[in-house]
Design a protein around this ligand. Structure first.
Ligand code: PAF
Length: 282
């Protein structure tokens, strides 16, 4: 039976009991409106840890003033059913005052400057500061041995790994493969915003990444791969490029030449008003 907790104190107490019993804790932080990508993280946690804790918290600190915080999809009742079925042990679904108490006691962290100097770090200023701040707060409460994040948010994954290292959290952070629909669309809670026509147009992002990867592997230069992505995306109705980045793994520095096995192509596009991200590691 999954336990649903809402307060920081309840979670901290339950975690202490698990620790006393010598159990390992796996943690899957989410913003809810769960899909199979999240459930794959839960499954990884269950395979690797004694206890799996999932959090659902739509973190206001990681949304910009003109972003979709207010509209972000929410369905806690459905999420509970999915998590229960997936075998999570604890669902932690706090309200904002539990995460950010009014006494301002929560440490405000800054995301690593280098890792956030590209991609979403540029087009969503302050976003990753909000992400590392909430993840650190959640780590303080859940005290996980292992934490699981999706590689779809590749830059986020790297920034959280760096934060955990700098803040000396004794946690191992795993990046789990991107989960896609059969036609290639990366799963995202924001796919819910798309109309049927937009969903079809959104496929241009994964297609452009696959094509760019194919060109790089075939010996073409980054400039050619970028041009190919631009052609695909700019010729798709309703699609507007936010950024395309060709970066070195794992340090996220910009590449001028393809480095086989060490390259990640990150793309962000607007499809209508919906912003989607995706990436491919080549
Ligand atoms: O990836 C997300 O859903 C969020 O950025 C996270 C890691 C749960 C922090 O709010």
């Amino acid at each position: 039976m999954m336990l649903c907790l809402q307060t920081a104190a309840e979670l901290a107490q339950k975690i202490e009991e698990y620790k006393q019993a010598g159990l390992t804790i796996g943690f899957v932080p989410t913003m809810g409106y769960l899909h199979d990508g999240h459930l794959a993280l839960v499954s990884q946690s269950r395979q690797n840890c004694d206890v799996t804790v999932v959090s659902i918290f739509i973190n206001p600190a990681q949304f910009g003033p003109n972003e979709d915080f207010a509209q972000y999809p929410r369905d806690l009742a459905r999420d509970k059913v999915l998590l229960e079925r997936a075998g999570a042990d604890i669902l932690f679904a706090p309200d904002t005052a539990e995460i950010y108490p009014p006494d301002n006691s929560v440490r405000q962290l800054r995301a690593d400057a280098r890792l956030s100097a590209v991609a979403c770090g540029l087009t969503r200023p302050g976003h990753f500061d909000g992400v590392v701040t909430v993840v650190a707060r959640l780590f303080d409460l859940a005290r996980p041995d292992k934490a699981f994040f999706g590689r779809k948010d590749y830059q986020q994954l790297r920034i959280i790994q760096k934060m955990a290292e700098q803040e000396k959290y004794p946690v191992q952070i795993s990046g789990c493969p991107v989960v896609r629909e059969p036609d290639g669309l990366a799963l995202s809670s924001r796919n819910k915003y798309l109309s049927a026509g937009q969903r079809k147009n959104a496929l241009a992002l994964s297609r452009s990444l696959t094509e760019a990867a194919r060109l790089l592997r075939g010996g073409q230069a980054i400039a050619a791969a970028r041009l190919c992505m631009q052609n695909i995306l700019e010729n798709t109705p309703e699609v507007k490029i936010d950024y395309l980045e060709f970066l070195r793994r794992p340090d996220l520095s910009r590449l001028t030449d393809y480095e086989p096995g060490n390259t990640v192509i990150l793309g962000a596009v607007y499809v209508g008003a919906t912003r989607l991200i995706d990436n491919i590691e080549v």
